[in-house]
Every structure is written in structure tokens, then in C-alpha cells.
Design a protein around this ligand. Structure first.
Ligand code: KIV
Length: 275
């Protein structure tokens, strides 16, 4: 008989219901252990395709595959009991057609047990979001700075600086909401634009570099805890420096091994005393 968890997981309709209420706390997670540590502190864990850069050392998120996302999605689900877990659809797994998106999202849902998917894109993705949500797949949108479009945008750049850009990102967010998304990530968007979008939309906005005006916030956990230093966006507040602590601990371990002081006698298997 399977063991049924007594902790009730936060659902995507509950996240949707937090519009205009208590801010939604979100972080990324890619592993079981990180999910376990974060689970009781957050409302939502995103298995982001940022794992391509943060865990795998790629220059962008473009090389990430659906199989990678499914493997990490399953790992996070094994560590989180309470948080709503959603998984990013990676580049190339959904842009071709609503049908392709459905096949990819259905694999994510069936093989990981996650509660929904996130995908990048505004007006151009509205038909796909509608197709998925009508077929049982909760979708979180992602507009503004879209890392999968880095080659078209010419870099990881904030948006909403000009009136034209502000109009574009507003239209994108509205299209995603009208298509049936339960929430939308607003990335790299100026405060007045994020505030106006948040006031206008019926669904929660989850900001990343988009000001406290949003209904919730998300950051990459490795940025927050000082575990990724290749590149730290200006808007990230670092709450710990675990990277330095790991280096110092590794240095101490190496010192002990070289001095033959590790493992100490209390950690060794000793011959049994006779008699
Ligand atoms: O991939 C990711 O981690 C993301 C968040 C940073 C929003 O999309």
C-alpha cells in the first residue's frame, strides 16, 4: 500500500487566488535536497530551465532538454511536500505548435507529478496557453525579459524602458492572462510598468527584477544563497554566502587529509577488543 502524504500541497488555483492578497513567495529548485530545505518557506518552487546555466554551466538556457527538465522535476517533487511545484518547458519543446506543447507538457505532468508548467512568450503563445489550459494543464506565463529569446533580444536586457516596450510587455501579460494562465512571471521590467500590469491583470504577477509592486517574487536559489557567482543580476539580494563556506570547508578537509589527521580515531572502524 502506498504511503499517503498528510501535508496538503498548495495548488495552482490557490496560487491564482492569492491575487492582490499576501505576497506569493517563490524560489527555484533543481534537486531533492534543495526542495526539502525550501519547502516549508515558500508557496511555489519552480524547476527553472535556469538549471542549464546554474547547474550545467551552459552560457544560456537554450541547450536544456525536456529529459533534463523531467529528471530534475521528479527530483524536486521527491523533496517538496507542501509547495506548489511547476516545471519550465525548455527551448524547442513547445514553440512549434500547441500540439507539440501539449505532448511536452503532458510528459512533464505524467512523469514528474508536478502541478503545472511555465513557458515563455506573450501574444504569440496565447493560443498555446489556451490549448494547454483547456486540456488539463495549468500554465504559468513568462513575459518581459525572456531568457530563451536571448538571441533575438541581443542579450539579457530589461524591458519597458520606452513607451513602445511598455505597451508590448503589457499586451503580452494581458494575452497570457486572457488565455487562461494561473499566474505570470514578469522578468526585468521597470517598476511603473510592473505596477500598472499588476493592477490591470486578474491573475498574480510574480516578479523577478520587476519591483516589489508584483503579487509575488521569485529568484534563483543559487543566487540568493551565494552558490552561483558566474553572473549575479543587480536586483538579487544575497541572503547567504554558502559558496565561500563550501570552499573553506573543502580547504579544511584537504588540510586534514594531507596531515593524516582525518579521519580521526573516533571515525574509524577499530579492531574489536578481545575477551
Ligand atoms: O528558469 C528560471 O529559473 C526562471 C526564473 C528565474 C523565473 O524562469
Amino acid at each position: 500500500m502506498s504511503v499517503v502524504s498528510r501535508i496538503k500541497r498548495i495548488s495552482t488555483p490557490q496560487i491564482r487566488g492569492r491575487k492582490g492578497a499576501e505576497p506569493i513567495v517563490c524560489l527555484t529548485a533543481y534537486t531533492t535536497q534543495m526542495a526539502r530545505q525550501l519547502d516549508s518557506h515558500v508557496d511555489l518552487l519552480l524547476v527553472g530551465d535556469s538549471l542549464g546555466m546554474v547547474l550545467y554551466g551552459f552560457d544560456s538556457t537554450l541547450p536544456v532538454t525536456l529529459d533534463m527538465m523531467i529528471a530534475h522535476g521528479g527530483a524536486v517533487m521527491r523533496g517538496a511536500e507542501r509547495a506548489c511545484v511547476i516545471v519550465d518547458l525548455p527551448f524547442g519543446s513547445y514553440q512549434e505548435s500547441p500540439e507539440q506543447a501539449f505532448r511536452s507538457a503532458a510528459r512533464v505532468m505524467a512523469e514528474t507529478g508536478a502541478s503545472g508548467v511555465k513557458l515563455e512568450g506573450g501574444t504569440e503563445m496565447a493560443a498555446t496557453i489556451h490549448f494547454l489550459t483547456q486540456r488539463g494543464i495549468p500554465v504559468c506565463g513568462h513575459v518581459g525579459l525572456m531568457p530563451q529569446a536571448v538571441n533575438v533580444a541581443g542579450g539579457f536586457k530589461a524591458t519597458g524602458r520606452s513607451a513602445e516596450e511598455a505597451l508590448l510587455v503589457t499586451r503580452d501579460a494581458e494575452a497570457v492572462a486572457e488565455a487562461g494562465a494561473f499566474a505570470v512571471v514578469l522578468e526585468g521590467t521597470l517598476e511603473p510598468v510592473a505596477a500598472a500590469i499588476t493592477a490591470a491583470l486578474p491573475i498574480p504577477t510574480i516578479g523577478i527584477g520587476a519591483s516589489p509592486a508584483c503579487d509575488g517574487q521569485i529568484l534563483v536559489s543559487e543566487d540568493v544563497f551565494g552558490l552561483f557567482s558566474d553572473f549575479t543580476p543587480r536586483f538579487v539580494k544575497r541572503y547567504a554566502d554558502l559558496g565561500s563556506q563550501i570552499s573553506a570547508a573543502a580547504e579544511a578537509y584537504a588540510r586534514d587529509v594531507k596531515a593524516r589527521t582525518f579521519p580521526g580515531p573516533e571515525h574509524c572502524f577499530q579492531p574489536k577488543a578481545k575477551g
